[in-house]
Design a protein around this ligand. Structure first.
Ligand code: HEM
Length: 221
């Protein structure tokens, strides 16, 4: 390792967080998200969001199972994180017997990108991190706001509940430690590829929001 490398080398978890800070702020400020958190999006709007997430998590959790034999992926995979069953339960509330597929180029593009990471496990880590660490962070606040907005009392918001992870903070610390160990193994070039994929992934989330933002007029409550 050169002197320069020693100065710039950062643990992988920190590089992922810092590398996506601008993208994270953009996601928080997206029209759809701010309207949703302001209580100005109706049931149809939230259902349309959840249907997109269904497509995303289906790809994420299928690909995770395919890659379970890979040591780096196995270090972060955890059935306690899986969200697809919770999404299906929530959709019982939001769409009932209605269709659970959605015509969404943004969700399809996101899905394709995740599925492609099946042949490049380091990139799968970026997808895993961006969704699940987000769900354990800001997602917790989003769930509480939705409950208040729609007066839900737990029904329809199981996506935000991790019954097997009662304390997200220590869980996230352990998760970051696992990422850092992987980072030491894949080296600076490998870490840079993961960080780039995190940025791409935030962009794919942003596209979901843009698609939903275009419908805000019909989601007004
Ligand atoms: C309005 C929407 C959002 C709010 C209010 C929000 C809020 C937050 C907050 C407060 C944290 C820091 C938690 C901590 O320090 O442990 C966080 C972390 C995170 N968020 Fe968000 N977030 C939002 C949207 C998103 C979106 C759309 C994504 C990506 C899909 C995302 C992904 C992440 C990730 C990956 C982290 C973990 C950062 C790290 O510690 O490495 N967030 N979020």
């Amino acid at each position: 390792m050169t002197v320069v490398d020693q100065v710039v080398a950062r643990p992988l978890s920190l590089a992922m967080k810092e590398g996506s800070q601008a993208e994270h702020t953009a996601a928080e400020n997206s029209g759809f998200m701010s309207e949703l958190l302001g209580g100005r999006v109706n049931e149809q709007g939230y259902a349309d969001y959840l249907l997109r997430l269904r497509a995303v998590y289906e790809a994420l959790e299928t690909t995770g199972r395919e890659l379970a034999g890979n040591a780096a992926v196995a270090a972060v995979l955890d059935p306690a994180l899986e969200r697809l069953a919770a999404i299906e339960t929530d959709l019982d509330h939001w769409v009932g017997n209605g269709p659970r597929t959605v015509d969404s180029p943004a969700a399809m593009a996101y899905r394709e990108r995740i599925l492609a990471s099946a042949s490049d496990p380091a990139l799968f880590l970026a997808h895993h991190y961006t969704r699940y660490l987000g769900d354990l962070s800001g997602g917790q606040a989003i769930g509480r706001i939705l409950e208040r907005t729609f007066g839900l009392d737990g029904v329809g918001v199981s996506f935000y509940a991790f019954p097997e992870i009662p304390k997200p903070k220590p869980y996230k610390d352990d998760y970051r430690a696992a990422l850092d160990t992987i980072g030491d193994q894949i080296g600076e070039a490998g870490k840079a590829r993961v960080v780039d994929e995190v940025k791409v992934t935030f962009g794919l989330n942003q596209r979901l929001f843009e698609e939903l933002s275009a419908n805000l007029a019909s989601y007004r409550r």
